[in-house]
Design a protein around this ligand. Structure first.
Ligand SMILES: C[S@@+](CC[C@H](N)C(=O)[O-])C[C@H]1O[C@@H](n2cnc3c(N)ncnc32)[C@H](O)[C@@H]1O
Length: 339
């Protein structure tokens, strides 16, 4: 067990060592300039000797009108240090005061939490393996932040309520490549920014042009909501509840839409609308009608369409002879009145 736990930790640690490139930091930060005047910025997962976040804020210290920049260096085993810079020589990124920390720079250590309380805005790419916990700490300390994370987080049961309640939203750009410790590049498909700093994009209206028809937008078998397969196909004349792909969150403008819930193995609370049907008496089948061995119950709380799909597994009820299948996660939304 101990060996397994250690292996797991080592794997997580390896999966955390992806370094953000300066161009990606600059591309996102250009949208938030107005937020930084007279502010203390804290990069709490960043070794100042190489972090692109430290570099960006150091080089642009005067330009942004920052008050102070702080960075803490993390090491799994050893005591580390913090760097603080209050201006003077922005182009020399080694300029700053280096002070030893008592601990290893873990963002949860009390001395790092004290720095968190001192700062106004946290900007970093935190360890992917600790994303949930990292966000919980920022929320608990009521911090403004701009952080990198996997967009799958949208469907995490702890994280989704923050998006729904407009406490956090998606930033402007995606980050496709990170540097690894050996200098090589690692590509990712689904990494972006999460923030609670206001940004112009969040106030842009999604232009809609398609008209609703019951044929193109079927109602789910288990929820009183229509299904929309593409964000660009959201009908402009439908005022009821709609299930849309999670990429909707990139376009979400809270003046235009209300987020009602999320459909993905959801409880009624998460769905935001009542579940009208469960599938425990269905069986999961392959296209050749062989039984996979799984109960239809695995579709409970998913967005479910009442038909047999042209490919992939589906659910079949041998008594009623019904076919249904689950779709990928859907965000449940409603247009705001007058929007
Ligand atoms: C995804 S990397 C990003 C590093 C840097 N912020 C950047 O963008 O280049 C996450 C970093 O967090 C560090 N880290 C891991 N666990 C941590 C913890 N508990 N507290 C602080 N930093 C941690 C890792 O060592 C790693 O360097």
């Amino acid at each position: 067990m101990v060996k397994n736990a250690n292996l797991h930790k080592a794997k997580n640690a390896k999966n955390d060592e992806f370094y953000t490139q300066l161009t990606d930091v600059a591309k996102e930060l250009m949208h938030y300039k107005k937020h930084f005047k007279d502010k203390i910025v804290f990069c709490n997962c960043d070794d100042p000797t190489w972090s692109a976040f430290w570099k960006y804020f150091h080089l642009n210290f005067a330009e942004l009108g920052l008050k102070k920049l702080i960075s803490t260096h993390y090491d799994r085993e050893e005591a580390t240090y913090k760097m603080e810079y209050t201006g003077g020589d922005d182009n020399d990124i080694e300029a700053g005061v280096k002070t030893p920390l008592e601990g290893n720079g873990d963002f949860r250590n009390q001395e790092c939490l004290d720095l968190l309380d001192e700062c106004d805005i946290v900007v970093t790419n935190p360890p992917f393996s600790l994303f949930r916990e990292y966000v919980a700490v920022l929320m608990e300390h009521e911090k403004k932040f701009l952080i990198i994370g996997n967009k799958n987080a949208i469907t995490y049961k702890e994280f989704f309520p923050l998006l729904k309640d407009d406490e956090v939203w998606i930033g402007c750009t995606n980050v496709k490549e990170f540097l690894q410790p050996d200098g090589s590049i690692k590509k990712f498909g689904n990494i972006g920014w999460f923030t609670n700093l206001d940004v112009a994009k969040r106030h842009e209206k999604l232009i809609l042009w398609k008209n609703y028809t019951p044929e193109e937008y079927p109602t789910y078998d288990n929820y009183d909501s229509i299904n929309v397969n593409k964000v660009s196909d959201i009908p402009c004349d439908y005022n009821g509840v709609m299930g849309v792909p999670i990429t909707f969150m990139d376009k979400y403008n809270p003046e235009q839409f209300e987020i009602v819930g999320l459909l993905q193995s959801s409880t009624n609370e998460q769905a935001g609308i009542p579940n009208l049907r469960y599938y425990n008496d269905f069986k999961e089948m392959r296209q050749d009608m062989s039984f996979t061995g799984a109960s239809g119950g695995k579709a409970n709380g998913n967005p479910v369409i009442k038909e047999k799909p042209v490919k992939g597994n589906f659910l079949y009820n041998p008594i009623t002879k019904e076919y249904v299948h689950s779709l990928y996660a859907r965000i449940v939304i409603r247009r705001k009145v007058g929007a």
